[in-house]
Design a protein around this ligand. Structure first.
Ligand code: FPP
Ligand code: MG
Length: 292
């Protein structure tokens, strides 16, 4: 079975949650007539919504049913993620994403930044509706950390970071928002094991980014120079393990081992969840991370 088919099978278990999420996201795209169509593809149909998928699976596997507030939280997280990508594509001078022309390329940097700003405000509006300052605080801290991760990457272009620096940047750039999605969902639900949820989320986000970095080097797609981390002087796990940018075979294998260690850790963290179709789907999603 292909990656896409496996992912689709996993998300079948939370089909109704994702339909609701898409409806909520659709209600946020009427920013300006010229932008509606491009945002519709970007925010809804072309996105895998991995943060929301993981959060809904974790929540349901923990015995909780999502309510109105949960949909608001996951909508906010997805909007923040997409706003960050609009800005990231300006920073990375990227021409395509999710198979379509980026807003910075199709329009220009000004419109891409403005659209990202607008979406960020829409996400804040959703967060306000939760009336849970603790989650808003976690989210604002996370957005700040995302920017810090980007600053680190920018000011260290062309340098091979230590593994510790790389993992810190990864937590800042990516894992933090998974934490908002999953820990936030469990807090809203009044769940007990918040620490485990937080640990699971940070591990998932880190593993997800390591996989993305690995695919940037090993993936089949013909990347444009501006999308190729190596050519841009962004050195991630495979380069760190290899110690150079030319002979990456050993670094790639070690990166796969690192990724698998995160998967094993997360499988252990899900052991205590009661058996259900959601737990099975969550564990299948974990196994899928190794599909790189
Ligand atoms: C993609 O990384 C980018 C991120 C994971 C985060 C980007 C964060 C910011 C721009 C700061 C926060 C901004 C807002 C508006 C919340 P990548 O370039 O490694 O991956 P890619 O290949 O998908 O572009
Ligand atoms: Mg990028």
């Amino acid at each position: 079975m292909s990656f896409g088919a496996k992912y689709k099978k996993i998300t079948e278990t939370i089909k109704d949650d994702l339909t609701r999420l898409e409806e909520e996201l659709k209600s946020e795209i009427n920013i300006y007539p010229a932008l509606t169509e491009v945002l519709s593809g970007f925010l809804t149909t072309k996105s895998k919504h991995i943060r929301a998928v993981t959060a809904f699976l974790y929540l349901r596997a923990s015995g909780f049913e999502p309510d109105e507030r949960q949909y608001n939280l996951q909508t906010a997280v997805e909007i923040i993620h997409n706003a960050s990508l609009l800005h990231d594509d300006v920073i990375d001078e990227c021409d395509t994403r999710r198979g379509q022309t980026t807003i910075n390329k199709g329009f220009n940097n000004k419109i891409a930044i403005l659209t990202g700003d607008y979406l960020l405000a829409s996400a804040l509006d959703r967060l306000n509706r939760l009336e849970t300052p603790e989650i808003t605080a976690l989210c604002t801290k996370t957005v700040r950390e995302m920017c810090r991760g980007e600053f680190f990457q920018y000011f260290n272009l062309g340098k091979i970071p230590t593994l510790e620096q790389y993992l810190k940047k990864t937590e800042q750039k990516t894992a933090g928002l998974f934490r908002v999605a999953i820990e936030g969902a469990m807090k809203l639900a009044g769940g007990q094991n918040i620490k485990t949820a937080s640990e699971f989320a940070l591990n998932f986000g880190t593993a997800f980014q390591i996989r993305d970095d690995l695919l940037n080097i090993t993936g089949p797609t013909q990347l444009k120079p501006s999308q190729n981390d190596l050519l841009c002087g962004i050195y991630n796990a495979p380069v760190i393990f290899s110690g150079n940018t030319e002979n990456l075979a050993e670094g790639i294998e070690k990166t796969k081992d690192l990724l698998n260690n995160y998967v094993i850790k997360m499988l252990r963290l899900t052991d205590r969840l009661t058996d259900s179709k959601y737990k099975t789907a969550l564990r299948e999603l974990l196994e899928l991370l190794n599909d790189a």
